[in-house]
Design a binder for this molecule. Structure first.
Ligand SMILES: [Zn+2]
Length: 472
């Protein structure tokens, strides 16, 4: 699992890998403690040899042993003739070696499915018993996971000179198939692979681009996409981003057996854009549906997103310090232009119905969507339409309706976007949008109670990061 290393300190719990190291340290500590104690014990033994209080010592040993577990008994045996050491304070850590890891008993084989592979062919080429494959595909619990394979599927196989001993296949994040050889035939079971969710905080500051800031903060692109998705109704991530913008994120990381697997959801986030501050906190309702709300309990969702274009294709090359030349013409033609590579998906800014799709003089290939409240949006210069944007079709916010191009009057690939209210052009980047929906009343109290400490945690972290970064 490749992921960038963050220069920022994160406050998650120690990984599950560390107890082993800790144990070794304790082990040596115990040895260090044990040797002097053995010395003391030897002295005591010598004293006892003169026949004074041996019986009392023995009683203490028995009592101590009853209180300790079997491992302490082993430690005492190892200590040899000096057992009476136990009269001293009980040894806090048993001085014994962890069992040595035995080398695997059977040959290990890892198979990755490639295009056109079948298990039968892989068994043949790896000289595994085809009869065993025939047996395991007959097990009803296992069959679906052995017959339908896609490239990239992995199988861990143990075998003894071609005789199948076990087969293991991860099915999804939390389950796996395990087939084991029994005395007669094979058994199959679906095993659970519990995941652990850790919380992590991150702070990013934009110098050149949102994505570069994310890389610098050790964040995956997908997480940044999710961050942008949360604030897409307030911030135009193509045109609004400026150097000096910054953000703080509290998010989940998914671990399994102590290993990082993937990023989970964003729990809370703040985005500071040109002096404006936006905050969002996740709330999961009874049915498990999660959504984001402002600290006051208003949905972050609005009827229109600010930038109806897949910004991930743009922002990676976007330099916020550079003023885009086409931007200067906004007033002249009453629309917003998003310079973007040809083929970049264009998305419906809001829910609505397609009322026009086709060639429209200078606009080239254009789509017009009718929304509620007598609002229409227009998307021009498309290289092609999406099949879902036929006239009369309903589209939902964020749905791809076409692709960036330079048809009509355009000297470079870009999306020309217009927003009209009652037929009058409005600047879609600044137009006041209808008030967002509040969180449902039944959840309101719960949300407000839960949101406050989360937001506190986020902002407290932000303060430490701001101090840290400005003191550099
Ligand atoms: Zn334009």
């Amino acid at each position: 699992m490749n992921r960038p290393v963050s220069p920022i300190l994160h406050d998650y719990k120690p990984s599950a890998g560390s107890p082993i190291k800790k144990f070794n340290a304790l082990h040596w500590f115990a040895v260090g403690l044990g040797l002097p104690l053995i010395g003391i014990a030897l002295l005591l033994t010598l004293k006892n040899a003169s026949g004074t209080n041996t019986s009392i010592v023995e009683k203490d040993v028995v009592a101590t042993m009853a209180e300790q577990d079997v491992r302490l008994a082993i430690a005492l045996v190892e200590a040899g003739p000096a057992e009476p050491v136990a009269v001293a304070e009980p040894i806090p850590f048993p001085a014994f070696h962890p069992p040595l890891r035995l080398p695997p008993e059977y040959e290990q084989l890892s198979l990755t499915i490639k295009r056109g592979d079948t298990l039968a062919a892989l068994f043949r080429s790896n000289k595994l018993d085809p009869g065993h494959l025939a047996m395991i595909v007959r097990i009803p619990e296992a069959a679906p996971y052995l017959k339908r394979l896609i490239p990239g599927d992995e199988f861990q196989i143990e075998h003894d000179e071609g005789n199948l001993i076990s087969l293991y296949r991860e099915l999804d994040l939390t389950s796996a198939l395990r087939i084991t050889k029994e005395e007669s035939g094979f058994s199959a079971e679906i095993i659970e692979r519990p995941i652990e969710v850790r919380r992590k905080l991150a702070y990013g500051r934009i110098d050149t681009s949102l994505f570069e800031s994310a890389t610098a903060a050790g964040l995956a692109d997908k997480l940044i996409m999710n961050l942008a998705g949360i604030f897409a109704w307030d911030v135009d991530f193509v045109l609004d981003i400026r150097g000096g913008d910054h953000y703080t994120i509290l998010f989940e990381e998914i671990y399994q057996e102590g290993e990082y697997i993937a990023d989970g959801d964003i729990i809370a986030a703040e985005f500071n854009n040109s002096g404006r501050t936006f905050q969002a906190i996740r709330f999961v309702d009874k049915s498990g549906r999660s959504d984001y709300y402002t600290p006051d309990g208003l949905s972050v969702r609005k009827a229109f997103v600010r930038a109806p274009v897949d910004f991930s294709r743009i922002s990676s090359s976007f330099n916020p310090r550079r003023k885009h030349p086409i931007l200067n013409t906004i007033r002249a033609h009453r629309g917003v232009d998003y310079a973007a590579p040809s083929g970049t998906p264009i998305k419906a800014a809001g829910d609505g119905k397609v009322i026009f799709r086709g060639r429209k003089n200078g606009y080239g290939n254009a789509v017009i969507v009718q929304h509620g409240g007598n609002i229409t949006t227009l998307y021009a210069h498309m290289s092609r339409f999406d099949s879902s944007s036929r006239v009369g079709r309903r589209v939902v916010q964020g749905q791809t309706i076409g692709y960036v191009g330079m048809t009509g009057l355009a000297n470079a690939p870009h999306l020309h976007y217009e927003y009209r209210l009652n037929g009058v052009h409005r600047n879609p980047r600044t137009v006041k949008l209808p008030q967002a929906e509040p969180i449902r009343e039944e959840y309101r109290a719960n949300f407000l109670a839960a949101a406050a400490p989360i937001l506190d945690e986020l902002l407290q972290y932000k303060r430490t990061q701001v101090v840290y970064l400005t003191s550099e």
